[in-house]
Ligand binder design. Structure first.
Ligand code: AMP
Length: 562
């Protein structure tokens, strides 16, 4: 079975295609969302999801989150002294999801369709694929998140040709995509986005507003206090959507501090973020050659679209109500599962042709002759332009720039700058050309970009027919199969905690955190119930453990309502 995975910045989900359609697979705690948080302790034990998130305020040096934002970079995360790259942390999340799916489905899961933001460049996509491989998953296909959403909404089933805008505001990334359904073909017309904008920024605004009201400097708070502050800000942010005002409280040292924040104040403080949202919307419309009122439907996905101030903003912008019939957290994973079923050629799923666009320009470096004999080197020559529908193949003819030039070097670059040096280097090819006066010899450079984001570059010397070809799968951090195997073995020393005891671990970690946050009698009460639970665990009697856990949970819930 091929599963569909939404590897999100904040939460990840895994889904499969059941007899009744796509379904989310619950994790070991019975929940659909697994926080994309990883913690590794001194002994090399790995915690993923909620338990890892609970460890954040207790052991901040052992936890990593929002690493999706750094996918494809060399950023080094150090957890309890051990080093990890973003894709390795993601692979630990994927490993947990894979185990949960296997336990649920009762069969081994080795293949997956994984979603990526449409705006992810080549490097980030490759890193995502490697994360899958490190987790022992063959990544059958990557699907862009908005396409997955459109598929989950069943948009491809519409009878009339329609234009949709998918508005995806997740925890840390923002994507806008314009899709068009035309004769059974669902085509992504344009994508735009911002890899550094998401729900977390709205949480930060809430936290800052609170500090500003209380005249507290963020720097004066300890790391643990900052984690607690953000937790409270997140809670307030979720509450404010259906209230005129919320009370946010927070424990600083021994003192409980409270402030009232009104919807209006919060909306004003978020004004800058709302303006930032406008830009990619404008850009995607411009790239697709459309106007706001050409859009027939607006779909909302990503957890942060639950914020009513975001919804209000969109209603004002589009003068129509967005379609919200699906759970914005689950749409992408469900779409990925439908795509997986299409890959398996399942009969129940209507075949639909999904196309995608290349979200960045691919080109090469050239010298430009701006006056007779005067060249400017280092210029960028686009070959496949941003938002071209893929698969795509384009050819550009380039001429020799010097007399008696012996070779032509094609540097493969990705980006939007006019200058080669500002764009991302992906690789290069060299080919021999017959000597002659400048401009006499030429090469045809063909770029072919496929649906799985593999770029094939072919260079042909026009006069001799000599050819050189290369497939770009990544660049300096590209790993060979052996390297992946070696790193998998290295990561295998990490002991993923057995699934069975996850609930106990989570309750204990949460209790430990709340104990640290509590004072006086509350502390004593917690201590009493924690000790009772620990005693039951030591004795190993199942019923007793379940009872003690239930009792402890009830006490924990007294001050935690989410
Ligand atoms: P995602 O990456 O799509 O899982 O989105 C996660 C983001 O959605 C986080 O920043 C959450 O704070 C935000 N979010 C989830 N539920 C709500 C809610 N009810 N109101 C406001 N924001 C929410």
């Amino acid at each position: 079975m091929i599963v569909g995975i939404d590897l999100g910045t904040t939460n990840s989900l895994i889904a499969y295609y059941s007899e009744e359609g796509p379904k989310i697979i619950p994790n070991r705690l019975g929940k659909n969302l697994t926080p994309s948080v990883v913690s590794v302790d001194e002994e090399g034990n790995v915690y993923v999801g909620e338990t890892a998130r609970e460890r954040m305020s207790l052991y901040p040096d052992s936890v990593a989150q929002t690493f999706k934002r750094s996918m494809g970079t060399e950023r080094d995360y150090i957890l309890s002294g051990k080093h990890f790259k973003p894709e390795e942390l993601s692979s630990l999340v994927l490993r947990a999801l894979k185990e949960d799916a296997e336990a649920f489905l009762g069969e081994e899961v080795t293949e997956a369709v994984i979603s990526v933001p449409a705006y992810f460049d080549d490097k980030r996509r490759k890193a995502t694929k490697r994360a899958g491989e490190l987790a022992g998953l063959k990544v059958e296909r990557m699907i862009s998140e908005p396409t997955a959403a459109a598929v989950a909404y069943g948009l491809y089933d519409k009878t009339q040709d329609t234009r949709f805008l998918v508005f995806d505001l997740g925890g840390g990334t923002f994507d806008v995509s314009i899709l068009e359904l035309y004769h059974n073909i669902l085509e992504v017309r344009a994508v735009a986005g911002d890899n550094y904008l998401g729900g977390e920024d709205f949480t930060e605004v809430m936290a800052k507003l609170f500090l500003q009201k209380q005249k507290i400097q963020l720097q004066s708070l300890s790391e643990k206090e900052q984690v607690r502050l953000y937790r409270q800000a997140e809670k307030a942010k979720r509450e404010i959507s259906d209230k005129a005002q919320v009370t946010m409280s927070f424990l600083q040292g021994e003192e409980q501090i409270e402030a009232q924040i009104t919807y209006k104040e919060y909306e004003e403080a978020c004004e800058e973020l709302l303006q930032k949202i406008r830009e990619p919307v404008k850009k995607s419309l411009a790239d697709a050659g459309l106007k706001l009122n050409d859009i027939d439907e607006v779909l909302l996905i990503g957890g942060a679209t639950r914020l009513s101030l975001v919804r209000d903003f969109l209603i004002r912008l589009f003068r129509k109500f967005p379609d919200t019939k699906m759970n914005p957290d689950e749409t992408v994973a469900l779409g990925a599962a439908v795509q997986a079923a299409m890959k398996e050629r399942r009969e129940e799923v209507k075949e639909v042709i999904l196309t995608d666009v290349c979200s960045f320009t691919l080109g090469t470096e050239v010298s430009v002759e701006y006056e007779e004999g005067l060249f400017e080197t280092g210029r960028f020559c686009p070959i496949i332009e941003r938002n071209t529908v893929i698969p795509a193949s384009h050819t550009e003819r380039l001429y020799t720039a010097h007399d008696n030039q012996k070779k032509v070097r094609v540097r493969v670059l990705q980006g939007e700058s006019r200058f080669a040096r500002n764009n991302l280097y992906l690789g290069e090819l060299e080919i021999d050309v017959p000597k002659g006066p400048k401009g006499q010899e030429s090469v045809d450079v063909t770029y072919t970009y496929d649906i799985n984001s593999l770029l094939e570059v072919e260079v042909t010397v026009v006069s001799t027919g000599l050819k050189q070809k290369m497939i770009i799968k990544g660049e300096e951090n590209q790993m060979t199969d052996e390297e992946i195997k070696k790193r998998m073995e290295e990561l295998a020393y990490l002991k993923i905690q057995p699934r069975d005891y996850e609930e106990n671990r989570l309750v204990l970690t949460r209790a430990e955190r709340l104990y640290e946050e509590a004072l006086g009698d509350r502390r004593k009460k917690l201590d009493h119930y924690i000790t009772a639970f620990e005693t039951a665990l030591k004795k190993g009697d199942h019923n007793e453990i379940a009872d003690a856990r239930k009792a402890l949970n009830e006490v924990l819930e007294e001050d935690e309502d989410w």
